[in-house]
Structures are given as structure tokens and as C-alpha cells.
Design a protein. Structure first.
Length: 317
């Protein structure tokens, strides 16, 4: 496996609790606050600030499935960040909740210096996926306890992440502090659906989040099968969520991604815009969904599309 050269990490890392600088040891196996017993282990070249804990299902899914598609990932990245790939060269970018690293790869290939951070060992998959990109660096850590000085990044994005924490807003605010003045911050969160969809989903997920992951995965293969059936995959999934992605493996992964995580909060555009404004962001833009078409727009705007998002970008004043 080609590992990123972390001893040449492009920026200073700090202890999240104290803000004191962390220093690499000469072998690149740990970081330490000089003269203290605060030590951060480094494995496979990646600093590890966390264990997987309640987000373990993500460590599993990102290292188990091959769901990366270069063209699709580039299109999704641009749609969900609002960033122009042609203008990222040389910028320092934070991928907050990078999972298996598909968007680190997109931004890294566009010439940006990328730091991807995720709570789980999904970062090992990201390291593999981005092994050819010396400008991509990874950290296993909590977005609420970031090891960077404030205002360290030109661009910050987070796609499908913050709603999986016990407190979405706390994650949003912590990450919001990382953008420099004049830099852009883009966030995609799950959209709140109609009350009856939320009720059905809550009842289902109350069961699925306690299931053994192997058993849940078997259920998800049924969801993936339904997602391959024409008509059914455009109608039934407005009641019970399952993925209709063209690839079977993506459908299993996406369906598992929906039913496994302990936390899954749903939000409104108004709520998200309010968070941006309170955090000192201006020039807010509500980003449109990737798919277009009159019927799609109608269902989307009616909050009937389970698994769709609310997506906003803003500039730090
Ligand atoms: C649905 S995945 C999305 C991954 C990636 N953004 C993508 O779209 O491919 C959500 C990821 O967020 C991470 N995550 C959730 N809460 C986090 C937190 N507080 N700190 C760091 N990572 C977190 C999970 O571990 C998981 O890998």
C-alpha cells in the first residue's frame, strides 16, 4: 500500500483540548505536546485522535464496498460544494468527514492541498484511494475537537456527515471556525421529510440500528434488489428508503449507510442558513440538487424525497 508521507504534513497540528502544538517524533510514529504526556498515536502514517465508537458502521462500510466512480464523484463534488474544480489548484481544503476519501481524491486531483478527517478507520481506505496524491493528508479525529488552528483553510466542505453526530449544530459550528476570512464553507445535510415519512423512518431505524451488522447487510441486499426494479425504485422508496443507484454495490452500501448509523438527524434549509449566518457567513447560496426535471423538483421541494439533502454554501465575512 502506498502511504502518504505524513512527516511532511503541510500544516501544524495542535492538541484539540489545549491548543498546544503537536510535534512529530523522528520515526513518524507519534505526535506529542513537548514536555507533556499528551501523545497521539500514528498508524499507517495517519494521526489517530479517536476510536470508531458510535460511528463504527462507517468504518465497516467504507472499507468493505468499492463505491467510487471518478466521473460521478466529480459531478457530485461540484454540485454539493458549489466549488469550481478548475479553481482549486493550490488552495488548502478541509474535507470534514471524508469517509473512504472519494472527495479528497477529487479535490486532490484538482491540485488542492487536501486534509481529510474522519472519526473512523475509513481513513485507511481514503489513504489507499489517494495513495497516488502526495497533496492529500488524512487524520482520524472528531470534527468537534479539531487539531488545527482556527481559520486555517481556504475552502471547507462536509458532505453527508454532521447529521450523524449526537449534535449536528455543534459539529457545524466547530468546522465553521476552520475557514479563513473570505473563504467558502459548503455543507450538505439530510433534509427533513414529511411527518409521516419521518415517523416510518424513525420506527424502522429504531430496529435497524440495534441489528448485528451482518444481519443488517443481508436486509440491505433486499433493499438493493428493490432499488434495481424499475418503477418500484421510484415509488416505494418514497415510503421506505432504499437506494436506486445504478450499481448494485452502491445500492447495498447506500442502504446500509442509511439504516446502520446510531444518529441520523434531518434538517431544513432555513435551519442551515440560520447556522451559517450565526457563524459569521455571508453571500449564502442554496445549492440546487444534482438531478433536474419538473417532477423531480416537485417531489424534492415538497420534502418527499427521502435521503435528499439541504445544501448551502457561504463566504466567511
Ligand atoms: C455518510 S459518510 C460520508 C463520507 C463522505 N463525506 C462521502 O460523502 O463519501 C459520513 C462520515 O462522517 C463521519 N463522521 C460523522 N460524524 C463525525 C464526527 N463528529 N467527526 C468526524 N467524522 C464524523 C463518519 O465516520 C462517516 O465516515
Amino acid at each position: 500500500m502506498i502511504m502518504p508521507d505524513t512527516t511532511s504534513f503541510p500544516m501544524e497540528l495542535i492538541a484539540p483540548e489545549s491548543g498546544q502544538p503537536l510535534v512529530w517524533d523522528s520515526a513518524g510514529t507519534q505526535l506529542q505536546v513537548a514536555g507533556s504526556d499528551v501523545v497521539v498515536p500514528v498508524r499507517n502514517g495517519i494521526p489517530r485522535f479517536t476510536q470508531a465508537e458510535h460511528l463504527e458502521s462507517f468504518g465497516r462500510q467504507w472499507t468493505r464496498y468499492e463505491v467510487f466512480h471518478d466521473d460521478e464523484d466529480r459531478v457530485t463534488f461540484q454540485a454539493k460544494t458549489g466549488f469550481d474544480l478548475g479553481k482549486l489548484n493550490g488552495l488548502r481544503i478541509l474535507d470534514a468527514g471524508c469517509g473512504g476519501g472519494r472527495y479528497c481524491k477529487v479535490a486532490g486531483e484538482a491540485g488542492a492541498e487536501v486534509i481529510g478527517i474522519d472519526y473512523t478507520h475509513a481513513v485507511d481506505k481514503a489513504a489507499k484511494l489517494c495513495g497516488h496524491l502526495p497533496n492529500v493528508h488524512l487524520i482520524q479525529g472528531d470534527l468537534k475537537r479539531l487539531p488545527f488552528a482556527e481559520e486555517s483553510f481556504d475552502r471547507v466542505f462536509s458532505i453527508g456527515v454532521m447529521h450523524h453526530d449526537a449534535n449536528t449544530r455543534a459539529v457545524f459550528d466547530s468546522v465553521a471556525r476552520m475557514t479563513r476570512a473570505g473563504g467558502w464553507y459548503s455543507v450538505w445535510l439530510y433534509r427533513r421529510n414529511q411527518w409521516w415519512q419521518e415517523r416510518i423512518n424513525d420506527a424502522l431505524r429504531a430496529r435497524t440500528i440495534t441489528m448485528d451488522p451482518d444481519k443488517l447487510e443481508r436486509w440491505c441486499t433486499w433493499g438493493a434488489w428493490l432499488g434495481g426494479l424499475p418503477v418500484v425504485n421510484r415509488t416505494l422508496n418514497k415510503v421506505v428508503n432504499f437506494s436506486a443507484h445504478p450499481s448494485y454495490e452502491n445500492r447495498v452500501c447506500d442502504t446500509f449507510d442509511w439504516y446502520a448509523p446510531q444518529y441520523q438527524h434531518h434538517h431544513t434549509v432555513e435551519e442551515l442558513c440560520d447556522w451559517f449566518t450565526s457563524a459569521g457567513y455571508v453571500d449564502l447560496k442554496i445549492l440546487p440538487p444534482e438531478k433536474q426535471g419538473r417532477l423531480y423538483q416537485f417531489v424534492y421541494e415538497g420534502n418527499l424525497l427521502i435521503g435528499s439533502g439541504v445544501n448551502v454554501t457561504g463566504r466567511r465575512a
